[in-house]
Each structure stands twice: as C-alpha cells, then as structure tokens.
Design a protein. Structure first.
Lengths: 203, 162
C-alpha cells in the first residue's frame, strides 16, 4: 500500500513543518523538576532524620536517668522511684547480759531470766536462733502471777492475733521453751527497756 | 551535561516527532505538548540515552506511550488539547489530507500506533512488535484491519468528493 504510506508520511511532514519547539523551555522544565525532586528528597530526608531521632530513644533500652541530648520527645529518663530504706529492726544497741539461771533447757522446758540492772520490763521476750539472732522465731510470754495460762510461746508469723499481756516487772521471769523446738543454741532477749540477751541451749 | 549535543538532537528530531505524534493525537498542539514532555524526560537521562544506537527511538517510544496514556485516561488535559486548532481545520484545497487524518482518528489507538510506526517511521513488523511489546501476528492483523478501514473510508470520501 505505497500510496497510503506516502500520504501518511506527507501528512506527518506537513505537521512537522508546522511545529514549533522551544528547547530552552525543555531544559528549564527539566531543571525545575530536578530541583523540586531534590527539595522533596531533602524534606523526606529531614523528616526521616527527625523520625529516627524520635524513635531511637524510644526503642533504646531505658538508661534510667540518662537523658538524650536535645531529644524532641520525652526520653526514657524516668526518674527512679525513691526507695526509702527502712530497716526491719532498729540497729541493735549493744545488748547487756540477761541473767539466766539455767543455760540448758529441754524443748518445752522452763528456765528463769533475771535483769541484772533490776529495771522494770515487760513480761515478753524474743527467741531467735543463735546463728540468726535478727530473725525472731518466737515471742516468749513469761509466767505472770495470777495467770495460769502463762508461761507460753507464740510462734512468729503463725499464731497472730493473740493478745500480749501488759504485765511489767523487775523479774525474775520464768519462761517456757516452745515444744518441738529443735536442739540447738538460742538467743533470748528482752522486748522492752534496755536490751538484755542471753543464750540458752536446747538439748 | 552535554547541553549542545542535546540541543542539536532536539532540533533534528523534535519536528518530525511532532508530525508522527500528531497522527496519533489528531492535534498538532497536543503532539507538541507530548513531545515536549518526552524531551523533558530525556534531559536527565541524556548521558545514558545518547549512547544508544538510536536515541530518537527512545524519545519516540516515550512520546508514543504518553500519547496512548492520554488517550486512555481521557483526562482533562487531553480534553483541553484534543481538538484541532483553527489553523488545522483542512480547507477544501487540503481535503484529502483532512480526510486521511479523520480516517486515522477513527482507528483504535493501538491500531493507530502500529500504522504510524510501520508506515510513517518505517519500522518493520518485527520492530513494531518489539517497540510495543506485542506479537508480530498482532501487528500484522492490526495493519490489515487498518488498511481495510482506511481504504474504505478514503474511497467513500473520494466518491463523495467526486
């Protein structure tokens, strides 16, 4: 179909001859797009950096009170809670000697404690293992005149809610060792007044 | 950037490319716009494309696809330019060219692309198939249908004119 080809080419040539082109506008448009693209990438890059700065401290393992310099968001520098160290027991003053008429007693047996300083104290004592004197095992209630239920021992943490007698006196006090107490060396201390302690061996 | 080389390339190929694309769009103004866009896209790639065996084929393909996209999308831009300017309205002395252009515009865009590449750009069937990414058989069938349609249309118009 040579005629059609010739006609089409002639038509294209005619349109080509009529065309006007502006190379400078092509260059200008291309450069403007490049600047916009660069500016866009710059903005995206800046946003990425800001995002990274914001995210990294969030993902980083908390370093407690180490603040991140110039962080745009709150960091993990959470102030650690103030922990007040409250001693479970007051620092033990130097204990005086508790007078013991018998330093050996059987489990469930009785022994007599006296106060060398003759001071008035409550009829309650603490019983702890000689190896762990700070851990009270029992509270011992001495024999109180007119109270047939005394003397007895109250296991710490086990028999709560038992009323303590408010009897006070200068002693001597008769105390009872808890039943089924394993053999060993135990420390008996006063719970009122100046601290007096003595060792009792359970056979 | 080798601006002078690109300028020479533009001067040598822009007019012809406008003529080719105008056969697809039916509008020289729209063709100029499309070709301008194709060259704008060429600028940042010129260093690479200039080493091709036929850099004009790259620009032509870009322009061809832009024309097809505008035709398919039918966007506002296309509607704005898809009309022949007054200067392009064929006068009686140029009746045959106007009839041919109208007959071409009546073809589907894929067929128009094949016709323009084969008859105007002198590409072989295989080259047209490679450029458009279609089978050679498809190119042949589209050319056949185009020939029939254009012949019928032009013959009818010739009879009318006679």
């Amino acid at each position: 179909m040579p005629d059609l080809q010739d006609d089409l080419q002639a038509l294209a040539d005619r349109r080509a001859a009529e065309s006007t082109g502006d190379f400078d506008s092509v260059l200008t448009t291309a450069r403007t797009r490049k600047r916009r693209r660069t500016a866009g990438l710059t903005v995206i890059g800046a946003a990425a950096v800001v995002g990274a700065v914001a995210i990294v401290p969030t993902l980083r393992p908390a370093a407690n009170n180490v603040p991140v310099a110039e962080s745009p968001v709150p960091t993990n520098a959470v102030a650690p809670p103030k922990v007040e160290t409250i001693p479970s027991t007051k620092p033990s003053p130097k204990a005086g000697a508790l007078g013991l008429k018998s330093t050996v007693a059987a489990a469930g047996g009785q022994f007599v404690a006296t106060f060398p300083d003759k001071q008035v104290r409550a009829a309650t004592f603490s019983l702890s293992s000689a190896s762990k004197p700070d851990v009270a095992l029992y509270t011992l209630v001495a024999k109180i005149p007119g109270d047939a239920t005394t003397p007895y021992a109250i296991r710490m943490g086990g028999e709560m809610g038992i009323a303590m007698p408010s009897y006070n006196g200068p002693g001597p006090y008769t105390l009872a060792m808890p039943k089924n107490l394993p053999a060993g060396s135990y420390r008996v201390c006063t719970l009122s007044g100046a601290l007096l302690c003595g060792l009792v061996t359970v056979s | 950037m080798e601006t002078e080389g690109l300028r020479e390339f533009y001067s040598a190929h822009q007019p012809r490319l406008v003529g080719v694309i105008s056969l697809l769009t039916g509008s020289r103004a729209e063709a100029e716009d499309i070709v301008q866009e194709a060259f704008v896209r060429l600028v940042p790639r010129w260093e690479k494309v200039s080493r091709y065996e036929a850099p004009e084929a790259w620009v032509r393909l870009v322009a061809l696809r832009l024309a097809a996209n505008r035709h398919r999308d039918g966007n506002r831009f296309t509607q704005l330019f898809h009309r022949l300017p007054a200067e392009h309205v064929p006068d009686p002395a140029d009746r045959y060219a106007g009839d041919l252009e109208q007959a071409l515009a009546g073809l589907p865009m894929p067929t128009r692309q094949v016709v323009v590449l084969h008859y105007v750009c002198d590409l072989s069937v295989a080259q047209v198939a490679d450029a458009l990414g279609i089978a050679e058989g498809t190119v042949k069938s589209r050319l056949s249908r185009a020939r029939d349609t254009l012949s019928d249309s032009l013959l009818l118009r010739s009879d009318d004119h006679a």
